[in-house]
Write a protein that binds this ligand. Structure first.
Ligand SMILES: Nc1nc2c(ncn2[C@@H]2O[C@H](COP(=O)(O)OP(=O)(O)OP(=O)(O)O)[C@@H](O)[C@H]2O)c(=O)[nH]1
Ligand SMILES: [Mg+2]
Length: 455
């Protein structure tokens, strides 16, 4: 739970720990300048308090015995023109864990405390520098797994989602004002019902549209999952290794070599792709293998793209044919059929237009990669909303459908304006929660909990 003491000065490392030449630490809060001054030495004995805002200064960090900890750059930024809306000093130091720990220690000794997860962004939100959907967009931006997700988080950061909420809010407010006017002017013979219905239906359409795209949004966000599925010994693992360009999975002539799901994530085509090798499908009494096969079916379900591997060098049993047919029937749009081991003599031509591939000679691998790319682009590109929803936003939109359903039903009948007005107010309440305008402290905490320290 967040202890919001907004005036406290906080410090955290903003760059990831690990290798790299430099690291960035951010100190933010009312007393950021005074606290930083206690462990900073600037040339010509200058003080932060006398220096103009938004200026960079070379200097040193010293400990209490005046020993130099590091030579650094200080970026001095005064409130309110800062990310958090508070006084801020950013310290660019050398990226060494001992240096970073020593600087943080100095800051703590002089009155700062370590920032909690997402606390910088939370302050930006509380100080009205950004709204809640923009704050969430920052989190999405940092964790974007595809180029598309990155672009959409950026537009969301620029306010695209807030803009969408505002538009819906306007339509609902319009309906509400007409509704209230209707029962105010009940004596006179004015009727706004048609306009009310139009406004409400427009809102419902907007929400249904965005919900339909939610699964797609998840894909954009998390990257694409590509599973290799097929019967035992079909050459799945050999092809998996080829695609990830590493000998990750064990390849042997023994049927049933792969027992469990093996995943490998790579960046390709501006996206994060998770390739998934699975246990070969066959009838078996063996417990571990059975469990593996169960998982293979689950992976087929979960995958965005299935590479269905059919060994062209073997005659297929009736059981195998049935299995392949049922997988194709169930998952047609996401299946790429592949005839494997094409370097050997062909014993079946089960799917005539399957992509002919050999993991041994590399025949067809380029074409397969091209095909995967096309399928990925098709998945990622035909998506129109300029923003991405997260779980919280999606749940709120789901909830919003409830009052809207009541409202929609009412508009089919003669409108009872007072009742309609209550439902409209409920809907507006949920909408303001979506934009963060009326968030309770509790739900604010839930949102920022998902951030990393230093954001
Ligand atoms: N000639 C030839 N042999 C291949 C090719 N791909 C795989 N193999 C061989 O086929 C056998 C099975 O390959 P795997 O990749 O382990 O097959 P799998 O589908 O992962 O098998 P399971 O994990 O048991 O389901 C191995 O002996 C491979 O060397 C290929 O393109 N050409
Ligand atoms: Mg295998």
């Amino acid at each position: 739970m967040f202890e919001v003491r907004d005036e406290e000065t906080i410090i955290a490392q903003c760059t990831p720990s690990g290798s790299g030449a430099i690291a960035l630490l951010r100190v933010s809060g009312e007393n950021a300048l005074e606290i930083a001054q206690k462990f900073a030495v600037l040339p010509h004995k200058k003080f932060f308090r006398d220096l103009p805002s938004h200026t960079i200064h070379y200097g040193q960090i010293i400990d209490e015995s005046n020993h130099t900890i590091d030579h650094v750059l200080f970026l001095l930024m005064r409130a309110p023109q800062t990310f958090t809306g508070q006084n801020t000093i950013e310290i660019t130091c050398h990226n060494n864990p001992f240096i970073i720990a020593a600087i943080i220690n100095q800051a703590i000794k002089h009155g700062a405390r370590i920032a909690q997860r997402g606390e910088f962004t939370k302050r930006a939100f509380l100080n009205k520098k950004i709204d809640i959907t923009q704050a969430e967009a920052i989190n999405e931006l940092i964790h974007a797994h595809t180029e598309q997700a990155l672009k959409k988080s950026l537009t969301q950061l620029e306010g695209s989602f807030s803009h969408w909420i505002n538009k819906i809010e306007e339509k609902l407010l319009h309906a509400l004002s007409l509704c209230e006017a209707s029962f105010e002017f009940v004596e006179e013979d004015v009727n706004f019902d048609q306009q009310i219905k139009l406004s409400i239906h427009a809102v419902i359409q907007d929400i249904v549209h965005i919900e339909k795209e939610y699964d797609h949004q998840q894909q954009i966000k998390e990257g694409i999952r590509i599973a290799l599925i097929g019967s035992v010994n079909a050459g799945k693992s050999a092809l998996f290794n080829k695609l990830i360009k590493t000998e990750r999975a064990i390849v042997t002539e023994i049927a049933g070599t792969t027992r469990d799901v093996i995943e490998a994530g790579i960046y390709r085509n501006q996206s994060y792709i998770t390739f998934v090798d699975t246990a070969g499908l066959r009838e078996t009494e063996e417990k571990i293998e059975q469990e593996g096969i169960k998982r293979s079916f689950k992976e087929a379900e979960k995958a965005d793209i299935i590479l269905l591997i059919i060994d062209s060098s073997q005659k297929l049993s009736q059981l195998e044919e049935n299995l392949y047919n049922s997988l194709i029937k169930q998952y047609q749009p996401k299946v790429i059929p592949i005839a494997s081991k094409i370097d050997l003599s062909q014993q079946n031509n089960f799917i005539p237009d399957a992509l002919k591939v050999s993991a041994l000679t590399n025949q067809g691998i380029d074409t397969l990669e091209q095909k995967i790319k096309e399928k990925m682009n098709a998945l990622l590109n035909n998506y129109t909303a300029p923003y991405l929803l997260n779980q919280r936003q999606f749940k709120l939109l789901e909830q919003l459908k409830k009052p809207l359903k009541h409202i929609a039903k009412m508009t089919h009948e003669t409108i009872e304006h007072e009742l309609l007005s209550i439902h409209l107010r409920d809907a507006l309440e949920l909408l303001t929660e979506l934009s963060g305008k009326s968030l309770s402290d509790r739900s604010i905490d839930d949102i920022f909990k998902n951030f990393c320290v230093g954001k």
